[in-house]
Design a protein around this ligand. Sequence first.
Ligand code: FAD
Ligand code: UDP
Length: 388
Amino acid sequence: MFDWLVVGAGFAGSILAERLAAERGDRVLVIDKREHIGGNAYDHLDAAGVLIHRYGPHIFHTNSEAVFAHLSKFTAWRPYEHRVLAEVVSPTTGEAVRVPMPINLDTINKLYGLDLTEDQLEAWFAERAEQVDVVRSSEDVVVGKVGRELYELFFRGYTRKQWALDPSELDKSVTARVPTRTNRDDRYFTDKFQAMPRDGYTAMFAKMLNHPNITVRTGVDFAEARRRFSFRRVIWTGPVDEYFGHRHGRLPYRSLRFQHETLDQQQALPTGTVNHPAEATPFTRVSEYKHLTGQVHPKTSVTYEFPAAEGDPYYPIPRPENQALYKRYEALADAERDTWFVGRLATYRYYNMDQVVGQALATFERIQKVVPPAPVNDEIAARVAAGD
Ligand code: FAD
Ligand code: UDP
């Protein structure tokens, strides 16, 4: 008999499994239907020996000291600040150019052959920005700041490919993830902590799950676990609608197909990622892992991301009608006794890794308030019974 069945060995499940086992002495069974731990952050050596991320590039960044400190118990870090170039056709020369993304001072100067200063760029954007009274959609966010030409060059095609929706149909929060800058800062993220787990994500998860009270079974799905094991409570990190048998209909998710390639050369790209916003190009971006990992190797591996309707559910799709449907599932989840819903798919939130870690730690605190810990041995049982 386990105290907990944790469904999913990604960030949400692994963080909670460790807390429950280490802090409370609970006996925890972690399952994942995939053959490995780590969820979408799983990394491994490919056939050539290059460390790659099976589910696309994962770059860790956070402003939360608490999240960074917690993960630091399970890994050392390699400082890394991600940089991205976007390949677009210059409106002035008609040539393909690679320019910094997020759009910054250098992006505009290079694209238009200008020599603007920061202040001048502010005015340049203001001249082009469209009047948007209420910013609702992912189109509003961008055209309201930089105008239509840059929106079409950098955002419209990329977004239509990634989501199979026009930016006007998507919540503003989606394109708002990518800021616009007037300075020369070319980092993709500006968070206080930006680093990669020194030995990779999988090694970090292995350390987190390496506890005598934790049993890990990969290649096992929830249905099988229910037949084979007994447990008191569940941590669910899969899609919330799947848990409830799609009772209210399917929540939409967006998928990707990853094309991994190993090249017989030291380096393939000038930065960790090159984005391809043009709608005619079927992939959205290509990433080279050695930038992220710092690995020294005579070969290099890259991954192309092709958006797809079918496949693993990678992205909740932020738009009002989906949020309304999620609310109906959230009501069911709230009413579900002894099951806790945590993570990107279980709470239908477009969360980064650090946000999932924060959510899992907060869930643990809530559990601490309402679930009495399982006595692990006679001595502890006696102390619990004595109210000590
Ligand atoms: P997951 O990692 O999806 O884990 C859930 C697990 O549950 C899965 O392994 C799944 O197999 C398992 N599962 C589901 N249903 C069942 C079932 N019925 N039975 C058994 N097991 C089940 N975040 C960042 O911070 N930085 C990045 O650079 C970044 N890049 C990303 C790139 C891509 C392409 C994607 C898709 C996401 C990226 N993310 C990034 C987001 C990051 O992947 C997530 O925030 C994080 O991995 C979510 O963790 P999770 O535990 O909620 O879910
Ligand atoms: N986006 C875009 N052009 C870009 C980069 C991003 O239009 O060059 C939009 C697109 O809609 C994308 C969203 O901004 O889905 C968020 O980008 P981010 O890089 O955060 O996506 P993720 O890494 O989560 O896939």
